[in-house]
Ligand binder design. Structure first.
Ligand code: 13P
Ligand code: SF4
Length: 312
C-alpha cells in the first residue's frame, strides 16, 4: 500500500467513526478531492455545510471558507486542517476600511464577495460568490453599490450591470493567482490549442474575460465543459481546477492557461497548504476548530441568507 492509499483509507475510517464529512474546494490537490464527500465552488460548499447532519465538518479549502461554514453551523464542529491557509482577496479588505466606506455612502448596500473575513461579512448586506454576483447586483433595488474586495470581479459585474454604479472597496483588491493572467498568455494558449475553448474565472482581469468563450465559477466551468460538445478547454483559473475538471469529466482535455513549470503563480499558495496528511491529522486530533463569535456569526449568516432570498 502506498502512503497516499494508506492515508485515504485512514481518513475514510475516521469519517465513519466520527460522523464527519469533508467539504473540498475544487482547487484542492487530487487526493484531497478524492477523499472529499462533496467537492464544489464556494457557494455550493457553503450550502452543503448548511444541509449536513454530520457532527463534524472538515473544510478542505482556505480559512475564510471554514469560517463561513462555522458561522452558518454554530452547533457543529468545523475543522480547518491549517488555519494559515489565507487568501489575498480576504486580506485586501479590513473592517476599518469597510466601515469608512459605509459612512461615506450610507445608502449604498454592501455586497461582499465570499472571499472576505467573517468580520467584514458581518458588516455586509449581501454575500456573493462568483456564480451569484451579477444576479444579486442586478436584482438590488439600489443605484449605487459598495462592492468588494475583488476589483476584477467588480469590473465584470459593472460591465454586466452598466446601469448601476459599483464602488470598489478597496479600489484594487486582487487574487494573487488570477492577477497574473494577460492577453498575451491567452494568445499563446489559443495558438497552442487551436481547437480548445477558453473558460475563465471572473477573478481574472476584464481583458481575459472579454476574450473567453465562457466566464463562470469553478462549478459553472465543470457544468459548461460537460454540456458543451467541444473536447478541449483552456482553463484560466487556479491549476488545482484541472483535477476537478478531469475527475468530473474524464473523457475531455483541459489545459491550464499557466502551468506550474512556467510560473509558481499557477498554484494558489494557500490552497496548496492543505495536504492529505494535514486532513488526516485534523480529523484524528479534531484540530483546528474554527469558532466565530456568536454576534458576528449571526450578522454574517443574515447577509448570506439575504442573498439566498434574493435569488429564490
Ligand atoms: P469559486 O467560488 O468559483 O470556487 O472560487 C473561489 C476562489 O477562491 C477562486 O479563487
Ligand atoms: Fe484567494 Fe486567489 Fe487563492 Fe482563491 S486562488 S483562495 S482568491 S488567493
Amino acid at each position: 500500500m502506498t502512503r497516499v492509499e494508506e492515508l485515504l483509507s485512514q481518513i475514510k475510517k475516521l469519517k465513519t467513526e466520527k460522523n464527519a464529512i469533508i467539504l473540498g474546494h475544487n482547487y484542492m490537490e487530487y487526493s484531497v478531492q478524492l477523499v472529499s464527500d462533496f467537492t464544489g465552488d464556494s457557494y455550493d460548499l457553503a450550502v452543503k455545510a448548511m444541509k449536513t447532519n454530520a457532527n463534524i465538518i472538515l473544510f478542505a479549502g482556505v480559512y475564510f471558507m471554514a469560517e463561513q461554514a462555522s458561522a452558518l453551523n454554530p452547533d457543529k464542529k468545523v475543522l480547518s486542517p491549517d488555519p494559515s491557509a489565507g487568501c489575498t482577496l480576504s486580506d485586501a479588505l479590513d473592517v476599518k476600511t469597510l466601515q469608512e466606506y459605509k459612512e461615506r455612502y450610507p445608502n449604498a448596500p454592501v455586497v461582499l464577495y465570499i472571499n472576505t473575513s467573517i468580520y467584514a461579512k458581518a458588516l455586509a448586506d449581501y454575500i456573493v460568490t462568483s456564480s451569484t454576483a451579477v444576479n444579486v447586483v442586478q436584482k438590488l433595488n439600489a443605484q449605487t453599490i459598495l462592492f468588494g474586495p475583488d476589483a476584477n470581479l467588480a469590473n465584470y459585474v459593472q460591465q454586466k450591470v452598466p446601469n448601476k454604479k459599483i464602488i470598489k472597496v478597496p479600489p484594487n483588491g486582487r487574487c494573487i493567482v488570477h492577477a497574473n493572467y494577460t492577453k498575451q498568455l491567452v494568445e499563446l494558449a489559443r495558438k497552442k490549442y487551436p481547437n480548445a475553448l477558453l473558460m475563465a474565472h471572473p477573478e481574472a482581469p476584464l481583458e481575459i474575460l472579454e476574450s473567453a468563450d465562457f466566464v463562470g465559477s469553478t462549478n459553472q466551468m465543470i457544468q459548461f465543459s460537460k454540456e458543451n460538445k467541444n473536447e478541449e478547454f483552456i482553463v484560466a483559473t487556479e491549476i488545482g481546477m484541472i483535477n476537478a475538471l478531469k475527475i468530473k469529466n474524464p473523457s475531455k482535455k483541459f489545459y491550464p492557461l499557466v502551468t506550474t513549470e512556467a510560473c509558481a503563480c499557477a498554484r494558489c499558495p494557500y490552497m496548496n497548504i492543505i495536504t492529505l496528511e494535514k486532513v488526516k491529522r485534523s480529523l484524528e486530533e479534531e484540530v483546528y476548530e474554527v469558532k466565530v463569535p456568536e454576534d458576528i456569526a449571526e450578522r454574517a449568516k443574515m447577509a448570506f441568507e439575504n442573498t439566498m432570498k434574493l435569488l429564490e
